[in-house]
Design a protein. Structure first.
Lengths: 227, 245
């Protein structure tokens, strides 16, 4: 097990190092997510008063689209100079490679989330951190579920010419329960009378999806990666 | 520790199809430890696919490859630990430096002293002075030398090289030939696909020719590798299969 996590850490560290040099995904995703929030703020804030509950939807929509950008690029980068084959030839558990890539994507999405939450909080005057632990748990579990399915599909489609079209077509129908649960969970925390039990229910539902998605991803990654 | 090792590779009736396109058609041949075998053939003849199959990255549609007595599907990571593959695309990260690229591979292959191994590889690649620079600024030849060292960093038993002489200057080419001879002396099985027949002539023990996915042994004889190869192709070299090993 220690070897598994050593490889995952190695792959994640490599991805972070590559991204820290190019900053291509970081700039693209954060700029896109921030623009998204800005545009929505014009649509949903009237006479200085935001439409009630709009913030929850905006956060998750911005995260989903920014996440999709990151997912596509994370595996496209491995295709450059056929580095993916180099990774797959290594004498390591391929699931560890998947977890390493997943952690790298999640870290990037975490940065985007911080930016999005900050802008939404400012534009919509929303107090997300009255129940900070629950809110962060929703974001973290939601990110795991979305990134897990996304990373699996992105890896699977890496060699496909039409991957840019196919990734969202496959990704959204499967992750929509996570996104809906994320929106509802967030909404139950930021409404005038927060409903913590409901928020916990949605959190548990996302955690359930995470377990299912992660199990399927770890199980199928190796056969999907064999040409 | 890894216990598995092998002295020969046997390819038996391996076919690989991509949809209706047949990349390899019932290919059979054998490799022995210490041999340097050239894979020749026109573009699109299936050389890279065959290297991919030997590396275990591409699964055959039918037939099997045995490493020693064991079929590849039974071995997994224990087998991959003994394979070094230099692809035509160099499998390097352009944003990383030579040292970082090598170190990543060394750690991935579980080398006990990655820093020492990487330093040796940098010396062999003649990249010590540029070890900390991102390789995106390197010439093709420099990246080729680096990729070669990356593929050999774990001292593999089976060395697969796809167009290893691409972009190399005379000095690097001579060094590579010497390196391949050394690997052969150390008991490695070396297979490389190439179009550089004059260069390959210096190092090959034997050559096989792939044409439209079928393999034939290039007969021994007088004359250079190039002339024998041309004669083989134009003279309609027998398309019968030959099985070795």
């Amino acid at each position: 097990m220690a070897e598994f996590f050593r490889i995952a850490w190695l792959v994640m560290r490599k991805d972070i190092r590559v991204e820290s040099r190019s900053r291509e995904m970081l700039y693209t995703t954060t700029f896109f997510a921030a623009s998204c929030v800005l545009v929505f703020s014009f649509a949903f804030v009237r006479s200085g008063r935001p439409v009630e509950g709009a913030e929850a939807g905006i956060i998750w929509v911005a995260l989903a689209y920014a996440g999709q950008l990151a997912l596509g690029r994370a595996f496209e980068r491995e295709l450059h100079q056929d580095a993916l084959r180099g990774l797959l030839l290594a004498p390591v558990e391929r699931a560890a490679i998947f977890i390493g890539k997943l952690l790298g994507i999640m870290l990037l999405m975490g940065v985007v989330e911080a930016v999005v939450v900050f802008f939404v909080a400012v534009f919509f005057s929303t107090a997300f951190f009255d129940y900070g632990l629950l809110f962060i748990s929703l974001l973290v579990t939601g990110t795991i579920g979305f990134a897990c399915v996304g990373a699996l599909f992105a890896a699977m489609l890496a060699r496909s010419q039409s991957r840019a079209v196919l990734l969202p077509v496959l990704l959204y129908p499967i992750t929509v329960p996570v996104l809906i649960a994320g929106v509802n969970g967030t909404l139950s925390l930021i409404q005038p009378e927060p409903n913590l039990d409901l928020a916990r229910f949605w959190l548990a539902l996302i955690a359930f999806f995470d377990v299912v998605f992660m199990t399927l991803a770890l199980w199928t990654f190796e056969p999907l990666m064999t040409e | 520790m890894n216990q598995f090792d092998f002295q020969q590779v046997t390819v038996s009736k391996v076919s690989r199809h991509y949809g209706r396109r047949r990349a390899l058609s019932s290919v059979s041949f054998g490799l022995q430890a210490g041999e340097v075998v050239g894979l020749l053939g026109p573009n699109g003849s299936g050389k890279s696919t065959l290297l991919g199959v030997l590396s275990t990255l591409i699964a055959p549609s039918s037939g099997e490859v045995r490493y020693g007595e064991q079929p590849s599907r039974a071995l997994g990571a224990d087998l991959r630990r003994l394979i070094g593959f230099l692809s035509h695309d160099l499998q390097l990260y352009p944003e990383l430096s030579s040292r970082e690229n090598l170190e990543f591979s060394a750690r991935l292959y579980g080398q006990q002293q990655p820093s020492a191994v990487v330093n040796d590889a940098l010396v062999r690649a003649r990249l010590v002075e540029r070890a900390e620079e991102p390789i995106s600024g390197f010439s093709r030849g420099m990246r080729q030398r680096l990729a070669l060292e990356r593929s050999l960093i774990h001292k593999p038993r089976l060395v697969l090289l796809d167009e290893p002489f691409t972009g190399l200057d005379d000095r690097s080419t001579s060094e590579l030939i010497e390196r391949l001879r050394q690997l052969s002396k150390e008991g490695c099985l070396v297979v490389f696909a190439t179009h550089d027949l004059d260069v390959a002539d210096d190092v090959l023990d034997r050559a096989v020719v792939l044409r439209t996915g079928r393999i034939t042994e290039l007969p021994e004889g007088h004359g250079s590798l190039r002339s024998r190869y041309r004669e083989h192709l134009t003279g309609g070299g027998s398309m019968e299969q030959r099985t070795d090993g």
